[in-house]
Design a protein around this ligand. Structure first.
Ligand code: ADP
Ligand code: ZN
Length: 683
């Protein structure tokens, strides 16, 4: 690049307020800025937008961005606007004034980025408009929409190839869909005749915590998970429409802000839910998988599956909606024997050709293997996508390695029960045979005469249920749809039956603890009140700007502010996500929240004491507190008392150490108690 071009790193920090690139971003930005044709595959949340926004600022002229996600485009334009970048969108969601403003800016040549929905390409005027607008770069988001075999196919994407030829500008295409087939289609249809430089980003989403749990009072499991994360935006995925309604109602009854969403709802109502989720902070949407493409909220803090997803790909995509902003996000996926049976049947009963059904069973098996994993889930998940990874330390199995036992003998007994009863029965009856329960059915069939009758007495029924579930999970047995879900042995089980292979099973899945999970906060207990205050301020600003909260500042930025407690505007400028423009607009406002009150205007609690002796004592308490904010040695966690608390202390008598402790509580008293008592004693 020649010296007159602005430096990418400088723009990254000045405009976007980031102090470093995410993996791959820098290489992609450089290639795109140099005018190379580029196809970049980055996982959701990998930071694709920056890969065309930054080059758009580096290159002269206008960058046109094609994207099918109207809500996302509008948010990005707003965010760019907040960052001081001239951007506009032409979508069906525009008001007439908005469209007129975009045209004016286009004619004046001031626009740097123009977002367009693909439908626009179909109208004849667009070619002429763009030809005259000085376009120097074409960026295509969600490039997989050009694939005719994908779920997101947009016919208008097929026009992009011709547009690029007409404009004769470089093309940068982005997607999170990585399979080789789709990649080939994108190259063939968008880049027609040229080979783009390809960038393949990793699949890992390190900020997402992974966890699975066997169903055990599943409604309670979901309610507990949500209760521990109250006030954080989340999605609960359910297998059926009816369940979305009942679970949403249960969550509301538990005091949560929750709302159902499924494909059977009126389109208008669905858009309303999407809109609320996008803008509100802390709403839970209980949805079927229909809640997908329309959602593009970067600050979803958790995703829970009330039922098992249909494949490992679906799982990855659904949990991947969490934590796009890079801040911590959590997931929990519930599964049970019924889920496995349901998903198997769904595949078996689908009209797809046999080969396809085989592949679908394979994808389900991969997910079940993940659910029953004995070691790091991330290693297993990424391994499926062909990536190697060291144990992550950030999943449930890393944190609490499951207890296991040698399940070979139990599995052999179960297989023998299955075979001796002609592969005609489900887990319930098989368990009766194994533990030796004389039911009518057992007597009728003469199964009490089998040599396997009662051989499994050493294991109780609940444990057998978990063993059968794990046998299904390891694909040793499958329910047969032709025989009402009777379990049949698969080839995979043969080595175990013959005594040639052993199998290790989880023990912990057999019992679950009753203890309620502790509240999960995004920051430590000390910083939580400040984070809430910062979020409240952000909500106020977002409502005034009629924009989603994250457009003002993403969660990560607020978390960093709460943890590092910047004291000056310079400090604030150093926080990730604070660019020059936002510093200008919001720096002071958030600084005031962090530092509590400004010296010029005393807190109302202090004003009330003005002129009284307590007023002077208050000021001395404040000074003592300031000297102890980080403890005696200046290395402790920052702590402070609220102004009204200090005013109460100031009003106490001279001999009040006990009362001080009661007022402040243990933690604050430990730090400030003795010093405050001294101030009071001095009068
Ligand atoms: P994608 O389109 O790949 O899903 P986005 O472009 O929406 O991801 O980016 C996800 C989030 O990451 C956004 O909140 C964005 O501001 C943030 N982000 C992108 N690049 C960086 C970076 N270099 N440093 C910090 N945050 C970043
Ligand atoms: Zn792990």
């Amino acid at each position: 690049m020649d010296g007159s071009q602005p430096d990418a790193r400088a723009l990254l920090s000045d405009v976007f307020g980031f102090d470093g690139f995410r993996p791959m971003q820098e290489d992609i930005v450089t290639a795109v800025a140099e005018g190379k044709d580029v196809l970049a595959i980055l996982p959701t949340g990998g930071g694709k937008s920056l890969c065309f926004q930054l080059p758009a600022l580096i290159r002269p002229g206008l960058t046109v961005v094609i994207s099918p996600l109207i809500a996302l485009m509008r948010d990005q334009v707003r965010a760019l606007d907040e960052a001081g970048v001239a951007a506009g969108a032409l979508t069906s969601g525009n008001t007439e004034e908005e469209t007129a403003a975009v045209f004016d800016a286009l004619h004046a040549g001031t626009l740097k980025l123009l977002y367009m929905a693909p439908e626009r390409l179909a109208s004849g005027g667009t070619d002429r408009l763009l030809a005259a607008a000085g376009v120097t770069l074409l960026a295509v988001d969600e490039a997989h929409c050009v694939s005719q075999w994908g779920h997101d196919f947009r016919p208008d994407y097929l026009r992009i190839g011709a547009l690029r030829r007409a404009l004769d500008v470089p093309l940068a295409a982005f997607t999170a869909t990585a399979d080789a087939e789709t990649r080939g289609e994108i190259v063939a249809r968008l880049f027609v005749g040229t080979e783009p430089r390809q960038f393949l980003g990793g699949f890992d989403r390190p900020n997402i915590h992974l966890a699975f749990a066997a169903k055990n009072k599943p409604r309670e499991q979901i309610l507990n998970f949500a209760a521990a994360r109250k006030g954080q935006s989340g999605i609960v995925y359910c297998g059926t429409r009816a369940k979305t309604e009942t679970l949403a109602a249960a969550l509301c009854k538990a005091g949560q802000d929750a709302i159902a969403y499924h494909g059977g709802m009126e389109p208008e109502r669905r858009r309303e839910v999407e809109r609320r989720f996008q803008t509100d902070d802390g709403l839970i949407v209980v949805a079927t998988v229909a809640f997908g493409m329309g959602v593009d909220k970067p600050d979803i803090r958790w995703v829970a599956h009330a039922d098992l997803p249909k494949s490992i790909e679906a799982y990855y995509q659904e949990i991947g909606r969490a934590g796009r902003d890079g801040a911590p996000a959590e997931t929990l996926t519930l599964f049970g024997s019924d889920d496995i049976r349901f998903r198997r049947m769904q595949i078996d009963e689908s009209p797809a050709p046999a080969e396809r059904r085989m592949a679908d069973h394979g994808r389900l098996n991969a997910l079940l293997g993940l659910a029953e994993a004995l070691k790091c889930r991330r290693v297993q998940l990424l391994g499926y996508f062909g990536e190697e990874h060291a144990p992550c330390g950030h999943c449930d199995t890393c944190e609490r390695p499951p207890e296991t036992f040698d399940g070979t003998e139990a599995v052999m007994k179960a297989l023998s029960a299955i075979l001796r009863t002609g592969e005609n029965f489900g887990a319930g009856h098989l368990t009766d045979v194994l533990v030796g329960t004389l039911t009518d059915k057992v007597k009728q069939r003469g199964h009490d005469q089998l040599p396997t009758f009662g051989v499994g007495q050493d294991i109780d029924r609940r444990h057998w249920a978990a063993i059968f579930r794990q046998m299904m999970g390891h694909d040793l047995v499958r329910p047969d749809p032709a025989r009402h879900g009777a379990l049949r042995m698969t080839e995979a089980a043969r080595p175990i039956l013959r005594g040639e292979a052993a199998i290790e099973l989880r023990k912990d899945a057999l019992s679950t603890s009753r203890r309620r999970p502790e509240a999960k906060t995004l920051v430590s207990e000390e910083d939580a009140p400040l984070l809430s205050a910062l979020k409240a301020k952000r909500r106020e600003l977002a409502e005034a700007a009629r924009a989603p909260a994250y457009v003002i500042f993403p969660d990560r930025t607020l978390i960093e502010m709460a943890e590092t407690r910047p004291k000056t505007l310079d400090d604030i400028a150093g926080v990730s996500g604070v660019g020059a423009k936002k510093l200008d607009r919001y720096g002071r406002i958030f600084l005031d929240v962090i530092t509590g009150e400004t010296e010029a205007a005393p807190h109302p609690a202090r004003r009330k004491l003005a002129g009284r002796a307590a007023g002077e004592i208050y000021d001395r308490l404040l000074a003592v507190q300031a000297s102890l904010t980080r403890g005696e040695d200046g290395t402790g966690k920052p702590m402070s008392c609220s102004a009204s608390l200090l005013a109460k202390v100031a009003a106490l008598g001279p001999d009040a150490i006990d009362q001080i402790e009661r007022l402040l509580g243990e933690r604050l008293a430990a730090r400030f108690g003795p010093a405050f008592a001294k101030v009071l004693a001095e009068g």
